[in-house]
Design a protein around this ligand. Structure first.
Ligand code: AMP
Ligand code: AMP
Length: 354
């Protein structure tokens, strides 16, 4: 599908623009942040979810467009957005529901580089990007028969960790695979890294040229985060398998001496992103490096999320890190709006649209 070509309005007043996103994931902070920076806001909602975003709920959306399913996104809806000078902010659910082809073909203004989505969503390309960036990576197994230590098995497109499992031998792998996923052979087998999960939330602004770390979180996953409440022998007796379904997010402040390494990792990922994208715009705006930190303080990165992650949601009032830098509460959602506001003011809107 051809890339959509946004039509750019000439105004330099934020109030002439609408910040729009799909009502889920991190829409509350995106829309709240946009209002704080002087924009009008719009949420595209499924029926019965509107009340979270409109004046009956948290009041972050000035306007709601209701759809039966997000997959129903069509030209008429996009026309409505274009008419309002809407800038769409993609988030995890947005990409999951829309699919990449539709995102690429979109004509409405879109914050971020569409091209980088290909690198993020294709496992092999993402691996190349991470390797070129010099990140420490878990080993990948191309053949289940080669499993010789604990691995985590991830099914492609698995929503929020659902269906992942851990195995330590080929036999264990096939037992769970055949029982739980008999018809799905689109999976990746990764070395299981023993350590603590840590998700680093970055922001790279094309306007200031700066890379910032805005916050960190860890995930609250069912049942991985409650399995320790059961004795090991009871787990075995009840035949409980670990699963990683995301339920929520917990804020983290990291040991201060880890910050230089995290900054270096983020810078390197951004630098390489410019080399691998044809237009050289690379990765900008919010992104996340999903990591596991071992007891030797090695930072393994197992995924790059090239957009706002929901782990930034605890920081609507800002994080300890943004408090150091800004004299107002700065969420990731608001940081996006600030970037757009500065781009509009400087007549550089094109630089932040994909
Ligand atoms: P939802 O709109 O909550 O059904 O989420 C749609 C997709 O967005 C999920 O399948 C996840 O991949 C992702 N997602 C939603 N919430 C979170 C979260 N708190 N952390 C990580 N991913 C999330
Ligand atoms: P993901 O959906 O890829 O973000 O992963 C979901 C969860 O699986 C993470 O929060 C971790 O708890 C766990 N996980 C993913 N990859 C690994 C790995 N290589 N080693 C250990 N745990 C992992």
């Amino acid at each position: 599908m051809a890339n959509g070509t946004p039509i750019l309005p000439a105004s330099t007043n934020p109030n002439d623009f609408v910040i729009a996103t799909i009502g889920s994931h991190s829409a509350l902070q995106i829309l709240k942040g946009a209002k704080d920076e002087g924009f009008k806001t719009l949420a595209i909602c499924k029926k019965s979810t509107e009340r979270v975003y409109d004046s009956r709920g948290y009041g972050v959306a000035d306007e709601i467009l209701t759809v039966d399913k997000f997959e129903d996104w069509n030209e008429a809806l996009e026309e409505e957005l274009i008419k309002r000078n809407a800038i769409i902010i993609p988030h995890g659910s947005f990409i999951a529901y829309m699919g990449h082809d539709r995102v690429k073909a979109m004509k409405a203004m879109y914050y971020g580089t569409k091209e980088i989505l290909e690198w993020e969503s294709d496992r092999n390309k993402e691996r190349v990007w991470m390797e070129k960036s010099g990140l420490l990576l878990p080993k990948i197994y191309d053949d289940p028969e080669k499993i010789e230590k604990p691995v985590i098995v991830k099914f492609h497109g698995a929503g929020g960790g659902f269906g992942y499992f851990v195995a330590k031998t080929p036999e264990q792998f096939w037992e769970v695979k055949n029982k739980k996923h008999p018809n799905n052979s689109d999976y990746a087998i990764q070395e299981y890294i023993v350590g603590v999960p840590l998700y680093a939330h970055y922001f790279q602004s094309p306007i200031t040229g700066e890379l910032e770390i805005l916050s960190f979180d860890k995930r609250y996953e069912s049942n991985a985060d409650s399995i320790g409440r059961i004795k090991a022998e009871d787990q075995l007796a009840a035949n409980i398998h670990t699963s990683y379904t995301i339920v929520g997010n917990i804020p983290i402040v990291v040991r201060e001496s880890l910050l230089p390494k995290f900054l270096e990792m983020g810078e390197s990922v951004v630098k390489v992103s410019k080399e691998i994208t044809a237009n050289g715009k690379g990765l900008f705006g919010p992104f996340c490096l999903e990591c596991i930190v071992t007891r030797k303080l090695e930072i393994y990165c197992f995924e790059i999320s090239a957009r706002i992650v929901a782990g930034t949601n605890p920081f609507i009032e800002g994080s300890p890190y943004t408090a150091l830098k800004y004299d107002k509460p700065m969420s990731t959602g608001r940081r996006i709006a600030l970037d757009i506001q500065q781009a509009i003011g400087a007549g550089q809107l094109e630089d932040i649209l994909g």
